[in-house]
Design a protein around this ligand. Structure first.
Ligand code: S3P
Ligand code: PEP
Length: 441
């Protein structure tokens, strides 16, 4: 069933990947590459550090390549010719252009660095990046004295001109992305008086990702206080990271863990950290509620499934990034499911709520999206996914997680093909080979 085929030229549909069907229970160990979120935080902190930093286990992917190119454009030295990357910090240089691609981490973490630069920096990205939320961060940079020229759109493209002086307090509405707070936090210790950041919005998604930022700052020797749940106080100081090692990407481990539930059998993920701020830490609890057994022995997370899945009701606001994987399981589960707290996913790589509802419907399943949630009808009791759903060519919307979403469903539903599976290069360029390897044991 598997293998890549190419549609005739002129269809405009690009490469199609036939998702493999699982024909037997799994017995696989899958080593996933490094965390995108940690890689791109460490790269920024290393760029702003007081001494060179070695990054081990960094993710090689489109998002980390874009971050490295952005930092090099700002004058930072990065040698990634071996697997131990050496980052040599330097004064932040302006007069540059930064391509953000579709990377939220690049478009939200790099603009605050321009507060330290000597001249303007312009930013742009993919067509899909030009509709992702940026306005609140650009407003925060204006409050900090920068001039931001975005033609009033509140999106890419824009140019940031550094201020002469920077105040020590800023407000930002981070309800559409936690990355606005993170971007400000990362540059904060290098501002003359540090920075107090106050979130003004009604909700705040992806809190573990903000905790991750605070943890990495503390690892670099920076004092970060949190007097209440919407305020962060970053003290000024020299960043010293020394050698850092990047944890495996637990969000990207998710589709492989999910495969054990769909196909039955066991999938092991080595390198699972004892403690972590990654949102993938939510998988064991969620997968257990859906019918799996998850055990951590040493640093190996073992997930065992039966091939039968239970629907789930879950608030995913702290871990929005793992929604597409949980959603694929909900589409294959017996009985209804509801995923809430995920309205901000409409501003991710694509409008993920609309994309998931459209793709489940394309297979003949029942999924509806509203402002903040997804509701799944699920499969009737005793009816297999192969009988209830039908294969289709699934769209991925330039979204790596919609490609892995389709692959999970394809394990149980014959005839699923995935358009532009290469979009997984955003965070996991080897996805098709790792997936095949998992099935082959
Ligand atoms: O800071 C980070 O590394 C991330 C934060 C989250 O962003 P949002 O808060 O915009 O969801 C997450 O979804 C994204 O994949 C990575
Ligand atoms: C939302 C995501 O990415 P980004 O860092 O581009 O926001 C994601 O990886 O699921």
């Amino acid at each position: 069933m598997s293998g890549a085929s190419t549609l005739p030229q002129g269809t405009g549909l690009g490469e199609v990947w036939d998702a493999p069907v699982a024909s037997a229970p799994l017995d696989a160990t899958v080593s996933v590459p490094g965390s995108k979120s940690l890689t791109n935080r460490y790269l920024v902190l290393a760029a702003l550090a007081a001494e060179p930093v070695t990054v081990r286990g960094g993710l090689r992917s489109r998002d980390s390549d874009l971050m490295m190119s952005a930092l090099r454009a700002l004058g930072i030295g990065i040698d990634d010719s071996t697997d131990e990357w050496l980052v040599t910090p330097a004064a932040v240089r302006g007069g540059a252009h930064v391509d953000c691609g579709l990377a939220g981490t690049v478009m939200r973490f790099v603009p605050p660095m321009v507060l330290l630069a000597d001249s303007p920096v312009s930013f742009d990205g993919d067509e899909g990046a030009r509709v992702r939320p940026m306005g609140p961060l650009l407003d925060a940079l204006r409050l900090l004295g920068a001039t931001v020229d975005d033609d009033g759109r509140g999106t890419l493209p824009f140019t940031v001109t550094p201020p002469a002086e920077v105040p020590d307090v800023v407000e930002v509405d981070s309800s559409s992305s936690s990355q606005f707070v993170t971007g400000l936090l990362l540059t904060a210790p290098r501002l003359p008086q540090g920075l107090t950041i106050r979130h003004t919005g009604a909700t705040l998604p992806s809190l573990p990702h903000i905790d991750m930022t605070c943890e990495t700052l503390r690892e670099a020797g920076i004092v970060v206080d949190q007097p209440d749940e919407r305020t962060w106080v970053v003290h000024p100081g020299d960043l010293r990271l020394g050698d850092v090692r990047v944890e495996p990407d637990l969000s990207n481990a998710g589709p492989f863990m999910a495969a054990a539930l769909v196909a039955g059998g066991t999938v092991r993920i080595p390198g699972w950290p004892a403690t972590t701020t990654q949102p993938g830490a939510y998988y064991p609890e969620l997968l257990t509620r859906m019918g799996a057994t998850c055990t951590l022995e040493g640093d190996v997370m073992t997930v065992t499934g039966t091939g039968t899945l239970r629907g789930i009701d879950a608030d995913l606001s702290p871990a929005g990034e793992i929604t597409p994987t949980i959603a694929a399981l909900c589409a294959l589960a017996e009985g209804p499911s509801r995923l809430t707290g995920i309205g901000h996913l409409r501003g991710h790589e694509t409008d993920r709520l609309a994309a998931i509802a459209t793709e489940v419907s394309r297979l003949g399943g029942d999924c509806t999206a509203d402002a903040d949630s997804l509701t799944f009808g699920g499969l009737p009791a005793g009816v297999s996914a192969a009988d209830a759903l039908g294969g289709a060519v699934m769209e991925t919307y330039h979204d790596h997680r919609m490609a892995t979403f389709a692959a999970i469903i394809g394990l149980a539903v014959p005839g699923v093909s995935v358009l532009n599976v290469g979009t997984t290069a955003k965070t996991m360029p080897d996805f098709p080979a790792l997936w095949r390897g998992m099935l082959d044991g």
